[in-house]
Design a protein around this ligand. Structure first.
Ligand code: ARG
Length: 459
């Protein structure tokens, strides 16, 4: 056990308590952030003449050499240390002697860990934005190729009105676009540097916090030292945004699972993203989509865990806050794996356009348009609704579509039917006539695609 706080103690800590307290098994993830933050801190200390230039040089080089050795596998991060901060300081002192003992001047582990977490989360927010961007590019490709691929649109999972694949996928484009904008938003709000807040009340050393913030690419220093060491709002926002990403992925997964079912056959999932059964040879299961749906609950759980951890903590730092890490890491790892895999699966997904179109034809998705046809010919809408209702019942009986009925048969339901009915209720017409902004007609859809393409270029 190599601890940073020996002086005050006469007895030694219970082993179970040491392990319970230690965080190195998971905060070793902060190696690079801790090195980066410590180098910036030392650089600022030297500028302020709190340490000498020579000491700063020793500290910086020492930290770089530790990082290099860990990366090269020459130095192991072991549970002998309580956390990544102790590991780095102890090794720095081993390597550069007294200069290493000065790196913690005007700093506490409380502002140190607050900085590490913020640097780490900022990088992950940016990474998540990149992954969302890849998803959007993939969706836009599908949209561009399918403005005239007809399929049923559903409400209550019942066939409702015809749409196109571009339109359906375009709905997800809008969801993931908002997710991407949320990442950008979170980054803006979190981009302030907590280093220099000390344990809770700042420090008596003449630190230049603006300078440290600048060195670490923050907009500036945080403005209240107690808040700086105990704020995890930005993490909560991030996990809430990840939960929303997962909710969107889960809905999409559910659709792909349905579309992949024997009854629908709208899509074929590439072999690379499906698995077989150990007993039933015919099976090709959509496991990846199911797992994405399943892992969504886990990310929600991480968000709940963090919110609950924070709710009873008095100002300022309390050790409860160490619990932020595993929840955040789990949510970030899970969401980033799901987003990556799902995008790849989508890119290789085959759409069975014929089946989609057939399904739209056979599901009376043109019933609203048939009623509208009678309205245009002079029948009040409520009456038209009832005529078409009876017509649909008749078709269900005959196992055919409205379009399959001969004109005489149609006329027996209403004299207003004429030869032009067939064109009026074709899938193409039903879709093409929906011309309001946001509707599925290819003309409108292409405009939306252009707007979204410009959005992606700008991003
Ligand atoms: N491992 C701690 C955490 O993650 C680091 C901060 C420790 N500070 C302290 N006063 N014990 O929160």
């Amino acid at each position: 056990m190599a601890q940073l706080w020996g002086g005050r103690f006469t007895g030694s800590i219970n082993e179970l308590a040491w392990n319970f307290n230690a965080s190195i098994s998971f905060d070793k993830r902060f190696l690079e952030q801790d090195v980066r933050g410590s180098k910036a801190h030392a650089t600022m200390l030297a500028k302020q003449n709190i340490i000498s230039e020579e000491e700063k040089k020793l500290i910086t080089e020492g930290l770089d050499s530790i990082l290099e050795d860990v990366k090269a596998g020459k130095l192991e991060i072991t549970s002998k240390y309580e956390d990544i901060h102790s590991f780095l300081e102890a090794n720095l002192i081993d390597r550069v002697g007294d200069a290493g003992k000065k790196v913690h001047t005007g700093r506490s582990r409380n502002d140190q860990v607050a900085l590490d977490m913020r640097l780490y989360a900022r990088g992950e927010v940016e990474h998540m934005a990149d992954l969302l961007n890849n998803m959007l590019v993939t969706l836009l490709d599908i949209m561009k190729a399918n403005t005239e691929t007809y399929m049923p649109g559903f409400t209550h999972l019942q066939k409702a009105q015809p749409v196109t694949l571009a339109h359906h996928v375009g709905a997800y484009f809008e969801m993931f676009k908002r997710d991407l904008l949320r990442m950008k938003d979170i980054r803006e709000r979190m981009n302030y540097c907590p280093l220099g807040a000390g344990a809770l009340a700042g420090t008596t050393y003449p630190l230049d916090r603006d300078y440290t913030a600048e060195l670490l690419d923050f907009y500036g220093p945080t403005l209240n030292s107690m808040d700086s060491v105990s704020d995890r709002d930005y993490l909560i926002e991030f996990l809430a945004a990840l939960s929303t990403v997962m909710m969107h992925l889960s809905r999409f997964s559910e659709e792909i699972i349905i579309w992949n079912s024997n009854e629908y056959r709208f899509v074929d999932i590439d072999d690379a993203y499906s698995t077989g059964s150990s007993i039933m040879p015919q099976k090709k299961n959509p496991d990846i989509a199911e797992l994405v749906r399943g892992k969504t609950g886990r990310v929600y759980g991480d968000l709940m865990s963090l919110l609950t951890t924070m709710k009873g903590i008095p100002l300022a730092y309390n050790k409860d806050m160490q619990e932020d890490k595993e929840a955040a890491f789990d949510a970030i790892d899970t969401a980033s794996n799901c987003l990556t895999l799902f995008t790849d699966m989508l890119r290789t997904l085959k759409f069975n356009k014929e089946n989609m179109e057939k399904s739209a034809m056979m599901g009376f998705t043109n019933a609203t348009d048939a009623a509208d046809y009678l309205v245009v010919k002079g029948m009040p809408f409520r009456d038209a609704h009832s005529v078409i209702g009876r017509l649909v019942l008749h078709c269900i009986d005959k196992k055919c579509a409205i379009d399959d009925l001969k004109i005489d048969e149609l006329k027996s339901f209403s004299e207003l039917f004429d030869e032009d009915i067939y064109d009026a209720i074709s899938l193409e017409t039903c879709v093409n006539k929906r011309l309001t902004v946001g509707a599925p007609s290819p003309v409108v859809m292409k405009k939306v695609i252009d707007v979204n393409e410009a959005f992606l270029k700008e991003f």
